[in-house]
Design a protein around this ligand. Structure first.
Ligand code: ATP
Length: 304
């Protein structure tokens, strides 16, 4: 697998505080990587390091295969766009003028692509309206538009849905998904609420107290949270035969127990098994919600 970013045993210490504690993180190319952790877990610190706003205390990372200590790391950073904490926008300027300003800052020779960026972030009809009159969602999208100047293929967004209303969250989700699918941009997006990312992230990294607790794909997370019926029987070979006949999806865990991923008519199943002389010892619904999985993994309340 190709990775845009890999960190190895990354540490960032402040006086009396280990903001990052041996963090290992791997962002696959083409992914939407949901970076999840409570407030104070270390998300912004990691983002600040990879953007070059701060130096790690120890450990290293590679960006597009280039080490952070490489003197050409700036070349890798030029392929990144980021919105860290609040978007840096000029409130007295229109969306278009804000973008033009960024073109100038990057020293780009023309405003080529500017209209496309305005369309991408849904601000093409804002005309002469100044950013100070924008909604929070529009400001966030303008921040992303500014980060898109220079055509990055890796976008880093620190809590982009923080404070947005439900409609704003939906628009942000659609924008990020579009950028990922249509423009092939890899996205790192942080949040402290898993549910907000669960509808579009393809990979996850769960961080707690500066440590990576787990990295997993969306499929693995769905599998871990999937509802099922856990059954204990005298013979799972017979169980498999009966479930195949009923065209139900299942997973045999041992000679005595299995998980069935479907709505099962319990009495029909028990009768069918009895016909083959297979006893049922127990049946139990299992599975977790995303939030309870997250709370169990990280330990503690989700929104602290
Ligand atoms: P939030 O969601 O609140 O932004 P976060 O996961 O982004 O949280 P960080 O901002 O990275 O967390 O902070 C991680 C830890 O490092 C916190 O305990 C924070 O207080 C501490 N910290 C961050 N910046 C500094 C600093 N400049 N000086 C001292 N401590 C800091």
């Amino acid at each position: 697998m190709d990775y845009i970013l890999r960190t190895t045993a990354l540490n960032k210490h402040y006086k009396g505080c280990k903001a990052l504690h041996g963090l290992s993180m791997n962002i696959p190319k083409g992914s939407i990587y949901g970076f999840i952790g409570k407030n104070g877990a270390g998300k912004t610190t990691l983002i600040r390091l990879i953007c070059g706003l701060q130096e790690p205390t120890s450990g290293e990372y590679t960006l597009y295969g280039r080490k952070n200590t490489d003197k050409e790391i700036g070349k890798s950073r030029r392929r990144m766009g980021a919105v860290v904490e609040t978007p840096s926008i000029y409130l007295d300027m229109t969306a278009e003028d804000n973008l033009k300003q960024q073109y100038r800052i990057l020293g780009l020779p023309s405003f080529e692509g500017l209209v496309d960026i305005l369309k991408l972030v849904g601000l093409e009809d804002t005309g002469k309206k100044k950013a100070k009159h924008f909604s929070l969602g529009m400001r966030q999208r303008l921040g992303i538009g500014i980060a898109l100047v220079g055509s990055p293929d890796f976008l880093v967004l620190d809590e982009p849905v923080n404070g947005l209303d439900p409609q704003g969250i939906i628009e942000m989700r659609e924008l990020i998904s579009n950028l990922n699918r249509k423009q092939q941009i890899t996205v790192l997006v942080s949040s402290h609420i898993l549910d907000e990312l669960a509808k579009f992230a393809t990979h996850y990294g769960f961080i707690d107290q500066g440590r990576m607790v787990r990295e997993m794909s969306a499929e693995e997370l769905n599998e871990a949270c999937r509802k099922c019926i856990h059954v204990e029987v005298s013979d799972t070979k017979i169980l498999a035969h009966v479930l195949d006949g009923m065209e139900l999806e299942y997973k045999i865990l041992s000679g005595r127990d299995a998980d069935i991923y479907a709505n099962v008519n319990v009495s029909r199943l028990a009768l069918a098994l009895a016909e083959y002389g297979c006893e049922v010892f127990s049946m139990q619904e299992r599975g977790e919600s995303l939030e309870s999985y997250y709370v169990n993994l990280i330990g503690g309340a989700k929104n602290e």
